[in-house]
Design a binder for this molecule. Structure first.
Ligand code: IMP
Ligand code: MG
Length: 161
């Protein structure tokens, strides 16, 4: 396991993201479970916003299955509202793209996206997140919410497995 991002580096980036988010006046900030739970908790701490949760999965081992399985969501409640969708990482970008489409189809006015990690050259420009904290190489990473088959989520830093 090779550590690539420390707890301190994460905390610093989150402070910057909070400043950007505060200016946008979102009605809801939405956590994509499970991977985003730790990032989302730190990101929204102290912010004056409503929070909500969706639960999806697409990964088995270290590969995306390419099929998004929505286990819990209530997209209808975002009708007419501005939302920010928060995930752990943008890899192919398919997860965020799909969730965003569902939310806009349900009548949301705006659906921006925010991730902790943005994988270099793993997705096309149209799937770029609105905000991200770190640009990383196209490697499988774990920690700070990210897992390998549900292991390593509680590590306070990011490492390459
Ligand atoms: P995408 O749909 O390909 O962008 O993948 C996004 C989802 O796959 C994220 O929400 C993560 O849960 C998971 N994922 C993608 N890359 C990694 C990784 O390197 N480590 C752990 N999970 C990952
Ligand atoms: Mg995820």
């Amino acid at each position: 396991m090779r550590k690539i991002i420390t707890e301190e580096q994460i905390a610093k980036k989150i402070e910057n993201l909070q400043k950007l988010i505060k200016n946008q006046k979102y009605d809801y900030v939405i956590c994509v479970l499970n991977g985003a739970y730790m990032f989302f908790s730190d990101l929204t701490k102290g912010l004056d916003v409503n929070v909500d949760f969706v639960k999806v999965s697409s990964y088995v081992n270290t590969k995306s299955t390419g099929e998004l399985n929505i286990q819990y969501a209530d997209f209808g409640k975002y009708h007419g509202l501005k939302v920010l969708i928060v995930d752990d990482i943008c890899d192919s970008g398919y997860t965020l793209k799909s969730i965003k489409e569902y939310i806009l189809q349900a009548g949301a006015e705006l659906a921006d996206t925010c991730v902790l990690l943005n994988k270099k050259e793993a997705h096309s420009a149209e799937n770029e997140p609105t905000f991200y904290a770190f640009l990383i190489e196209n490697e499988f990473v774990i920690g700070y919410g990210l897992d390998y088959n549900d292991k390593y989520r509680t590590l306070p830093y990011i490492a390459v497995l």
